[in-house]
Write a protein that binds this ligand. Structure first.
Ligand SMILES: C[S@@+](CC[C@H](N)C(=O)[O-])C[C@H]1O[C@@H](n2cnc3c(N)ncnc32)[C@H](O)[C@@H]1O
Length: 418
């Protein structure tokens, strides 16, 4: 099975594509897959697609829709990630004005002789950059902050700075974007070189998108979709929610958020990011002191309550035998409760006979199997959807591969009928 088919693509595929490639968001799927699904839907139904993505991430679905003239509605609850998607959605602005703004910023930054005050040894920034590099990045940031006015073009300049932060860091970043301060990188870009290079690439992509007749018809919102979704009726939903696999979406962008002063440490993620994203990691459910009995009482979980109770009670016991005592029991319960709410909310905006696809994977925290697609399918039916089927794409055992359990895991597309 080739890579694209087996994973609905990965975000790596997007790093070759105009606009999509502006920010590497490893949690994403392939834009080409989205385009093929929109086209297939239109061919098979004869309807024009209006696309919804309630977990938009860095904007793949919306931007793919723009590239073939479809209207779309996208939501992400993570403030940093939603801002990235919104900034990419400004591809239609004037590339010459953008380039001039970048030039102004780099000129001002290079003329600035002040030194950074943020190079404390223990902080994340101190670990990721040497003094010189952080000074240059801070000068860029200060220049941007001095020059930016209300013109949306400045959001693109800010995105440029954000997008070069990892390339200019001397330390490694994991495949899933956590920072690895102890791992050094062989290729590190200079700050000016990276900023100017990215400005050129972004301007060229903006020009390309216009020449390729992209349509500026994406509506992108920073919103927690556990709350009511406001959008006109959509007939095609393509998305990928967080998996119940302990990946910490809040922590994934800590470097960038620290750079911009949005958080000052890991603890700040609890108040700045976690409140508006669903619970899919144990740090989140433990930090919020989620109580298992309370979650299991929620009537929204009735369709899966027997299986869910068995699994979460088992996890509650198993954790006591483990050094980390991770709160997977509350993570799993809260995960399905959050998705039960989200199914209900999406149902209200999906048209009759619509098509829904969730790219999902299962998990096995502490070796206890969590059949995500089956439970999500049951919750979907309880929300009023008609039918579900799972198309398995590949076997996986990524997150848990170094652990002791040998539970086989997989990933695929959960197709639901609206
Ligand atoms: C797998 S990623 C989606 C990536 C996307 N397909 C892309 O290509 O960039 C899941 C996204 O769901 C978002 N998310 C988590 N909880 C959410 C919530 N309650 N409301 C809206 N978005 C949420 C996360 O911030 C994350 O960006």
């Amino acid at each position: 099975m080739n890579k694209i088919k087996s994973r609905s693509g990965t975000f790596t595929d997007n790093m070759k594509l105009p606009i999509h490639r502006w920010f590497r968001y490893s949690a994403g799927f392939s834009a080409e897959w989205v385009i093929s699904e929109i086209q297939k839907f239109q061919d098979e139904t004869g309807e024009k697609a209006t696309v919804l993505d309630p977990f938009l991430g860095s904007g793949t679905t919306s931007l793919a829709a723009c590239s073939i003239g479809s209207e779309s509605y996208g939501f992400d609850g993570h403030p940093f990630v939603a801002r990235i998607a919104q900034a990419k959605n400004l591809w239609h602005l004037d590339e010459m004005v953008f380039k001039e703004a970048c030039l102004e910023v780099i000129k001002k930054a290079e003329a600035d002789k002040s030194e950074t005050l943020r190079h404390y040894e223990t902080g994340l920034l101190g670990k990721c950059y040497d003094f010189d590099t952080l000074t240059k990045l801070d000068n860029l940031r200060n220049a941007y902050e001095d020059l930016a006015d209300g013109n949306p073009i400045w959001e693109l300049v800010r995105l440029n700075i954000t997008s070069i932060l990892r390339a200019c860091s001397k330390v490694g970043t994991a495949q899933w974007q956590y920072v690895l301060p102890k791992k050094s990188k062989s290729k590190v870009l200079g700050v000016s070189e990276a900023f100017i290079g990215k400005a050129e690439l972004m301007a060229a992509d903006m020009e390309y998108a216009k020449s390729a007749n992209w349509v500026n018809n994406a509506h992108i919102f920073e919103q927690d979709v556990r709350k009511n979704i406001e959008a006109p009726k959509c007939n095609l939903l393509l998305t990928s929610p967080p998996y119940p696999n302990n990946y910490d979406y809040a922590d994934a962008t800590r470097l960038e958020m620290t750079f911009w002063g949005e958080v000052n440490g890991w603890g700040d993620l609890k108040t700045v990011v976690r409140p508006t994203i669903m619970r899919s990691c144990s740090q989140h459910s433990a930090g919020d002191k989620v109580v298992l009995d309370e979650v299991l009482c929620d009537p929204l979980l009735a369709p899966i309550i027997d299986e869910l109770t068995l699994v979460t009670r088992k996890l509650e016991k198993v954790r006591l035998t483990k050094g980390g005592r991770k709160a997977y029991h509350t993570m799993v319960a809260a995960y399905f409760l959050d998705l039960a709410k989200i199914w209900k909310n999406t149902k209200k905006v999906m048209a009759e006979n619509s098509r829904i696809c969730f790219v999902v994977g299962d998990s096995a925290p502490y070796g206890v199997y969590v059949p995500a697609e089956e439970w999500l399918g049951k919750l979907a039916i309880a929300s009023g959807y008609k039918d579900f089927e799972f198309e398995k794409l590949r076997d996986r055992n990524v997150k848990w591969k170094n652990r002791t359990h040998t539970v086989p895991l997989h990933e695929g597309r959960l197709w639901v009928k609206g």
